[in-house]
Design a protein. Structure first.
Length: 428
C-alpha cells in the first residue's frame, strides 16, 4: 500500500474518480444503517430476558434485611444489590448508594447538587464566579453536555493510551481553585477503549487540588465489559487508592448495569467515602423516599454475584467481539498503510475511535449520512462539540447486525479515502 501523501496529483485525480463511482454505487443502495449510539443489540438484550422470570406473583419480595421491597423504605438500596454492585465495581465494603435505573442521572444530580448546595459544606458552585471541569478528550459527549448545561467551563485534556495526560492534570488541578472536577472513564474509555494504567490511577489518587471541593468523577461504565475473557484488563480501585493517599473524599465512583442487563432499566450505584455519602444522603432523603427495590431484587437474584455477572458478560462478548473484529478487519484491509487515518483496537467497552487526517471528520460523517449511514456527529467527542483538529470519529459497532455493520464499515472507508484525497488535492 502506497501512502496517499506520496501520490502525484494525476494519481490522486484518478483515484478520486474511481472512489466517487464506488461512493455513488453505495448511495444507490438506499442504505439505512446506524453506527451512532452505543446501544446493545437486540440479541444482547435477549440475553437478560430470563431476569423477567426471577420474580413473579408468588415470589417473596423481602430483601435480606427483612425489608418488604414492595413498600417504601431503604433509601440507599437493599443489601444484596449493594453487595452485587460493590463486587462489580471492584470495591470492598466501601460506602455505596444504589440509585435508580441508570448512572448518568447520578452524575447529573451530583453536579446539580454541587451547584445549588456545594460539596460537604463548601460554597455552592453557582455562587462562584467561575467553575471549571477538566475533560479528557476525546470523551463521552453526555459528560460534556452536563457541564455545558450548568455553564461549567470545560478544559480539554489530551488522552494517551494510559489515560489522561497526568502532567497537565496535576498542574492545572493544583494551580486553579476554580477547577472542581474531572470526568474519567478509566476502563475501556469512551470512545478510545483505553485503560488507565496503575501509574495513572495512583497519580489521580495523589492529586493536590487547589480546591478542597474538587472531585474526580470516575465513571466506571465499562468495568466488566471485556471483549476477550482470556485477556481481561483490571485497574486499581481508585477509592482505595485515594484513601491510602490521604485523599479519601476526592472521588465519586459511578457504575450501572445498563449494558449488563437492560439499557436504561438496570440499577446504578455511587461509591464514595462515608463523609461524601452522608452529605449526599441529606439531599437524597429530600429527593426520594427510595428507588425501585423490586428491580434491585430482580438484579441481585438473577446475577447472584460477580461470577454470575462475568458469565453473563461472556455471552455479551460472544456477540460483540465478531462485530468489533469485522469493523477492524475492514479498516485494516481498506486503510492499512495508506496513512490517512488511525484507529484504536479496544479489548472491551463499546467503541472504536477513529482519527482521520486533520480537517476531514465532519466531511466524512456528512458523506456517510448522504450514503444512508448515521454516525455520531463529528466533534461530539470533544467539549462544546468542537474537535480542534476535526479528525475524531466515534464508531459504535454494537447495535447493527453483523452484515449491515460490515457494509457500513465499507462505506466508511470509501468516505475516508475520498475525503482524504480531496484534502490532499487542496495542496497539490
Ligand atoms: C462512559 C459512559 N457513562 C455512562 C453511560 C450511560 O450509562 P447509564 O445508562 O448508566 O446512564 C454511557 C453510555 O453510553 C457511557 O458510555
Amino acid at each position: 500500500m502506497v501512502p496517499y501523501r506520496e501520490l502525484s496529483k494525476e494519481e490522486l485525480l484518478e483515484l478520486k474518480s474511481s472512489l466517487e463511482a464506488k461512493y455513488q454505487e453505495f448511495q444507490s443502495k438506499n442504505l439505512k444503517l446506524d453506527m451512532s449510539r452505543g446501544k446493545p443489540s437486540i440479541e444482547q438484550l435477549d440475553l437478560t430476558m430470563e431476569m423477567m422470570d426471577v420474580l413473579n406473583s408468588h415470589s417473596d419480595l423481602t430483601s435480606e434485611d427483612g425489608l418488604d421491597c414492595r413498600n417504601y423504605g431503604g433509601l440507599d438500596g437493599i443489601p444484596e444489590a449493594k453487595r452485587l454492585m460493590q463486587e462489580i465495581m471492584e470495591v470492598g465494603d466501601e460506602e455505596i448508594i444504589i440509585y435508580g435505573n441508570a448512572s448518568l442521572n447520578i452524575m447529573y444530580d451530583t453536579v446539580s447538587r454541587s451547584m445549588t448546595h456545594g460539596v460537604m459544606g463548601s460554597t455552592p458552585w453557582c455562587k462562584l464566579d467561575k467553575v471549571k471541569f477538566l475533560c479528557p478528550a476525546p470523551g463521552y459527549d453526555r459528560h460534556f453536555a452536563i457541564c455545558e448545561f450548568f455553564g461549567i467551563e470545560m478544559i480539554p485534556v489530551p488522552m494517551t493510551p494510559n489515560g489522561p495526560d497526568m502532567d497537565i492534570v496535576e498542574k492545572l488541578v493544583s494551580e486553579d481553585e476554580a477547577i472542581k472536577g474531572i470526568w474519567c472513564v478509566p476502563k475501556y474509555s469512551n470512545p478510545q477503549g483505553y485503560v488507565y494504567s496503575d501509574e495513572t490511577v495512583i497519580r489521580f489518587a495523589n492529586l493536590k487540588p487547589a480546591a478542597k471541593d474538587f472531585r474526580i468523577f470516575w465513571d466506571n461504565a465499562y468495568c466488566v465489559h471485556h471483549l476477550y475473557f482470556d485477556d481481561t484488563v483490571e485497574i486499581l480501585n481508585i477509592v482505595g487508592e485515594c484513601k491510602k493517599a490521604g485523599n479519601p473524599d476526592m472521588v465519586y465512583k459511578f457504575a450501572s448495569t445498563s449494558k449488563i442487563s437492560f439499557s436504561g432499566a438496570g440499577i446504578a450505584a455511587l461509591v464514595a467515602s462515608k463523609a461524601n455519602i452522608d452529605d449526599i444522603k441529606k439531599q437524597l432523603a429530600i429527593q426520594t423516599i427510595g428507588y425501585d427495590k423490586i428491580n434491585q431484587l430482580r438484579h441481585a437474584r438473577f446475577f447472584k454475584n460477580k461470577a454470575g455477572v462475568l458469565e453473563h458478560m461472556k455471552k455479551h462478548a460472544a456477540i460483540m467481539r465478531p462485530k468489533f473484529e469485522a469493523v477492524l478487519n475492514v479498516l485494516e484491509t481498506e486503510l492499512g498503510g495508506l496513512e490517512i487515518g488511525e484507529w484504536t483496537k479496544p479489548k472491551g467497552g463499546y467503541f472504536i475511535s477513529f482519527d482521520s487526517m486533520e480537517g476531514c471528520a465532519k466531511t466524512i460523517v456528512a458523506m456517510m449520512k448522504d450514503a444512508g449511514v448515521v454516525m455520531t456527529n463529528a466533534g461530539a467527542t470533544f467539549p462544546y462539540g468542537k474537535d480542534p483538529k476535526d479528525s475524531n470519529i466515534r464508531i459504535a459497532p454494537s447495535f447493527p447486525p453483523l452484515e449491515e455493520l460490515e457494509l457500513a464499515a465499507q462505506v466508511f472507508t470509501i468516505c475516508v479515502k475520498l475525503a482524504s484525497v480531496n484534502k490532499l488535492l487542496e495542496t497539490k
